[in-house]
Each structure stands twice: as structure tokens, then as C-alpha cells.
Write a protein that binds this ligand. Structure first.
Ligand code: PSU
Ligand code: MN
Length: 302
């Protein structure tokens, strides 16, 4: 077994029993959601995976150890420690050598999950190309990592704080396979649709599993992104969304927020500006992705 990674007990038992495993990221818990709700959500997401007959593997780095599958106390640490690093793929060796602790973003989680032999990974929304990219050059490492990581990621598109059409162009350039789940438009994270059209759509976990098998047969190194929209009934009101986003983007400019801080900053401002409605829509999207990820993992294991 892989020396660079330590596995949680539940994950080891699932391996032995042939139960499919679904990877979950930790940055959404530590940096993406407010306390104390975040700890509750972390547990809830794991429970959703179990209810579908799969095993959750939340991924983080604790005291320099890359962990695939966290115990209850470790999950609490991720939710409650205030000085956790936000670790992208490039930060993994730094945190490990320094014996530091950090939550893993999509790029780092996908890297560790794939290395652990896990085929499916569920998250909220991917990082991507930021608005104003031509000046800031801010594009999430999530995109390049997915180009190089053969894994299936279930996400509600990319965060709507981003430049969505530009991100879709980059996903194409990077050879990331993108398919809508029961939709012909790319999801808008808090919104059911971003308005950008998609050429391909699937509507069952079995159909996704068939694409995974074809990908593997070809030996492709890039990821499959299953773009799963938040249900219409649970989306954020679109006009409230647009208003709050404009306000948050303005605030980021005024406060000079940039780099790794910009995503957590914008997500938090959106929650504030919508009186918590953005948080509910975000959680609805994540739950929906975690459920679908588990169903895909179960279908792929058959
Ligand atoms: N989706 C959420 N909340 C989050 C994130 C995604 O609903 O906090 C995190 C993910 O970990 C993603 C990261 O990989 O934001 C992207 O950060 P950046 O834009 O700095 O690359
Ligand atoms: Mn960035």
C-alpha cells in the first residue's frame, strides 16, 4: 500500500470488503463554510455516502500526514482548527515536510484520491478562471490538476464568482471531459444553470460509469467532470444572486483581496449579502453531488 498516505479505518475495511469509496474534499469544510455548521455538514456528507452503500473518504493533511479517510476526531479538527492551511496540489509536499496541517482543495484532493485508487470524488463547485483574469492571472490550480488526474469529479459546475464561459474554454483546452447530468446547460453552482450550453448530457449513474470505463480503456490521464446542477427548487433566487455577487466583487476590490483568500472571501460575502440563502443553496448543491458521486461509485463497481 502507498507509503505517502495513511488510510482511515473505515476506508481500509471498505477496501477489504470491496465497498466502493467516494473521496470528499476538506477545504469546503475548513475555509468554505461557517462554523459551527461546517462540522455538522462534514458528518452529514459522510452519512449521505454511507446511505447509498458506499464509503466516504474525507481527505486532509494532519500533522504532515496525508490522510484518506478521517476519524470523528480528525473531522472535528478540520472543522474547528483556525490556522489550517489551504492546500492545493503544489502545497502538499510543503505541508508534509513541515508536519503542518491543512485542508485540501479540489486539486490536492483529486491528486491524493487518485493516488489512493479512488475513482470518484464529490465536491461543491470547482475553482476556475477568475473574473478580471487578464489583469490578475488568477486561475485555480483545480483546472490543471484535473487535466492531469484520471478521476471522476462530481461538482455543481464552477463557483459562480468566476468567469464561467472562460473556465469552460479552459476545461476544453485542458482536455477535461465535461458532461451535464440531466442538463444541457452548465450548472451555475448556487444556480441551476449558468446559461452556458453543454454538448453532452447523461442521466443515470450507469451511463456515467460507462464513460468512466471507456476513459479507462483509452488510458486517458484527464478527469471526467460530471456537472450536476442544484435542483431548481433549492437554487438561490437568481436576482438575489446577481445583486449579492456584484456587491461581493466590489468588496473584494475595495479591500484588495486576492490570491488564495479571494475564494473564501467571496463565498463568505455572498452568504452575508443573501442573509444565509447562499449557504443553503451551496449545501443543497454539495449534498446533491455527494449523493450522485456515491451512486456513480456503486454503479462503477458493478
Ligand atoms: N466549493 C465550495 N466551497 C469551497 C471550494 C469549492 O463550495 O470552499 C474550494 C475548493 O476546495 C476549491 C477551492 O478547490 O475552493 C478553489 O480555490 P482557488 O480558487 O483558490 O483555487
Ligand atoms: Mn487563485
Amino acid at each position: 500500500m502507498d507509503q505517502a498516505i495513511e488510510y482511515g479505518e473505515e476506508v481500509l475495511a471498505a477496501r477489504r470488503a470491496g465497498v466502493p469509496i467516494v473521496a470528499l474534499e476538506s477545504t469546503i469544510i475548513s475555509h468554505g463554510l461557517p462554523r459551527p455548521r461546517n462540522a455538522e455538514v462534514a458528518r452529514e456528507l459522510e452519512a449521505i455516502v454511507r446511505a447509498e452503500g458506499a464509503c466516504p473518504a474525507t481527505i486532509a493533511v494532519l500533522d504532515g500526514v496525508a490522510r484518506v479517510g478521517l476519524g470523528a476526531a480528525e473531522l472535528e479538527r478540520v472543522a474547528n482548527e483556525s490556522d489550517l492551511h489551504k492546500l492545493g496540489r503544489r502545497e502538499l509536499p510543503l505541508a508534509m515536510a513541515a508536519k503542518a496541517s491543512g485542508a485540501t482543495t479540489v486539486s490536492a484532493t483529486a491528486t491524493l484520491a487518485q493516488r489512493a485508487g479512488i475513482a470518484v470524488f464529490s465536491t461543491g463547485g470547482l475553482g476556475g478562471v477568475h473574473r478580471g483574469y487578464v489583469e490578475s492571472f488568477d486561475e485555480s490550480a483545480d483546472l490543471l490538476a484535473l487535466a492531469e488526474t484520471p478521476i471522476t469529479v462530481v461538482a455543481a459546475g464552477v463557483k459562480s464568482i468566476l468567469d464561467v464561459p472562460a473556465t469552460l474554454e479552459r476545461l476544453e483546452t485542458l482536455c477535461v471531459t465535461v458532461v451535464g447530468y440531466a442538463t444541457t446547460t452548465f450548472p451555475g453552482f448556487y444556480l441551476n444553470s449558468s446559461g452556458s450550453p453543454l454538448s453532452w448530457s447523461l442521466d443515470s449513474p450507469e451511463a456515467v460509469a460507462a464513460v468512466m470505463a471507456a476513459r479507462e480503456a483509452l488510458g486517458l490521464h484527464s478527469a471526467l467532470l460530471v456537472a450536476n446542477p442544484v435542483p431548481l427548487a433549492e437554487q438561490l433566487d437568481p436576482s438575489l444572486h446577481d445583486e449579492a455577487l456584484a456587491e461581493a466583487l466590489e468588496g473584494a476590490q475595495r479591500d484588495g483581496v486576492r490570491g488564495q483568500q479571494i475564494t473564501p472571501y467571496l463565498l463568505a460575502r455572498l452568504v452575508e449579502a443573501t442573509g444565509g440563502a447562499a449557504l443553503e443553496a451551496n449545501l443543497a448543491a454539495v449534498r446533491n453531488n455527494v449523493r450522485l458521486g456515491a451512486r456513480i461509485a456503486v454503479a462503477a463497481a458493478r
